[in-house]
Ligand binder design. Structure first.
Ligand code: ARG
Length: 462
């Protein structure tokens, strides 16, 4: 195997050592970032007179040619992508290719590549989050008055609307977008020019390379720059949080699409059949998102365990930062797209949801609230309604089926006007407190969300 080192070695390494150390396959994820980083480095070397302007031009043209050719022209029987690109450059240019590595090391190079890669991936994640939020806004508006049961403890609690429910997920995405933006900034500092650990004696210009690559500034300490992987842990944490939220949406789709609920039909394009039961339509994508969330959480633990107690200075252990990062980002991107697809094509069973709100005693709180407005202390009102619920059960009727006569029979202390608050439509309409599902409050929420959504980036709630 061709190497970038070996001058001081008289024997070749064992084959297993080569194989065990290889990272080329995962590195290919950022072959472009590696070239872009090298172009900036070569330009800076030329501008500083460390190599001649002609040499700099040769190196840059060669690197651009490799970029055009694509990764198919790289030798893959090498240790890593840095080696593969330098080798190809040597094939194209001859010995001048060897000047590219002046005043840098793979240690600052790999850290730069990873930061550039994360930067580009976060831009994609921002777009995917915005796109899903746009869909939730659209559906939130469409279904803002479609009744559905609201749950706590997974038991019927109070009537809400489907639009209100869907919009709850909008805000989770907004928080994760906000977190992603903070990470975008935090990780946007440049390690290039830190060399192996202690900088270089060449008169390099780290500010120039940082600027060209779109970083805010060079990282001030070369040892820190080559040792830090905390931004990758942040990225893995972010990916885990996004997946946790998507797994919760997934779980709802699994539940709601089951016959017991019957709230939604998922489209054929996102469901799968069973090889034995012809009637089945399985929500596999939702299940896989739920299932793969575990791996993204493990990815954080994997790297945190690697980093714990790791001394400063480059350690080969940190080669293990990239597989979890690539894996988590891929899962997040795919899952955001799949949730979009499932929700975009979902056929919500509005009638079924609205009728299922009837007869489930979920307006009991409305009755207690009503009694409280007549001067009965809420605790006492709660108890009276409890008695009423038992009474209904004994009579075999629901709250909305109570008549003035049955009401007087069970709870004579409740005025007959109370019957007016037992319909679920009215229950939602009255819940106009900020953040509630009532029509005015809901319109305000939708306007607030749309305003944030249309503003560039992910601003905090206020
Ligand atoms: N594949 C290595 C990594 O990802 C590249 C840096 C190698 N540096 C070294 N001194 N061996 O960390």
């Amino acid at each position: 195997m061709k190497k970038l080192w070996g001058g001081a070695f008289s024997e070749t390494t064992a084959e297993l050592v080569d194989r065990f150390g290889q990272s080329i396959e995962t590195d290919l994820n950022f072959w472009q970032e590696d070239i872009i980083g090298s172009v900036a480095h070569a330009r800076m070397l030329g501008a500083q007179g460390i190599i001649t302007p002609e040499e700099a031009k040769l190196l840059i043209d060669g690197l651009e040619k490799i970029h055009e050719e694509g990764p198919e022209f790289l030798h893959l029987d090498v240790e890593d992508v840095h080696t593969a690109i330098e080798l190809r450059l040597h094939e194209l240019l001859g010995d001048v290719a060897g000047k590219l590595h002046t005043a840098r090391s793979r240690n600052d190079q790999v850290a730069t590549d990873t930061r550039l890669y994360l930067h580009n991936e976060l831009l994609i994640v921002f777009d995917l989050i915005k796109k899903l939020q746009g869909l939730l806004l659209e559906k939130g508006e469409l279904y803002k008055s479609s009744l559905m049961p609201g749950y706590t403890h997974q038991q019927r609690a109070q009537p809400i609307t489907l639009g209100f429910h869907l919009m709850a997920h909008f805000w989770g995405l907004q928080r994760n977008g906000w977190r992603a933006e903070r990470l975008f900034e935090l990780a946007n500092y440049c390690p290039l020019g830190s060399a192996a650990l202690a900088g270089t004696s060449f008169p390099i210009d780290r500010k120039a390379t940082a600027d060209e690559l779109g970083f805010i500034a060079p990282i001030p300490n070369a040892l820190d720059a080559t040792s830090d992987r905390s931004y990758i842990l942040d990225a893995l944490h972010l990916c885990g949080l996004i997946m946790i939220d998507l797994s919760r949406i997934s779980q709802e789709l699994v539940l709601f699409s089951g016959r017991e609920f019957g709230f939604v039909k998922l489209s054929d394009s996102v469901t799968t059949g069973s090889s034995i039961m012809p009637q089945k339509r399985n929500p596999d994508m939702a299940e896989l998102i739920r299932g793969r969330t575990g791996r993204t959480l493990a990815n954080w633990t994997t790297l945190a365990t690697t980093m714990k107690g790791l001394p400063l200075g480059y350690n080969r252990d940190t080669q293990e930062d990239k597989p979890p990062l690539f894996d988590s980002l891929r899962k997040v991107k795919d899952s955001l797209k799949l949730i979009y697809l499932m929700l975009d094509t979902a056929d919500w069973q509005i009638e079924r949801m609205a009728t299922s709100v009837r007869g489930d005693f979920s307006t009991a709180t409305d009755l207690a609230d009503f009694l409280a407005t007549t001067g009965v202390p809420f605790r006492q009102a709660h108890e009276i309604v409890g008695k009423l619920v038992i009474g209904c059960n004994t009579l075999g009727c629901t709250l909305e089926e109570l008549t003035p006569e049955t009401l007087a029979e069970i709870a004579p202390e409740v005025p007959v006007e109370a019957l007016a608050v037992l319909q679920p439509e009215g229950s939602v309409k009255r819940r106009e407190s900020l953040g509630g599902p009532g029509p005015v409050a809901m319109d305000a929420q939708l306007a607030h969300a749309r305003n944030l959504w249309e503003t560039e980036g992910f601003h905090h709630i206020a």
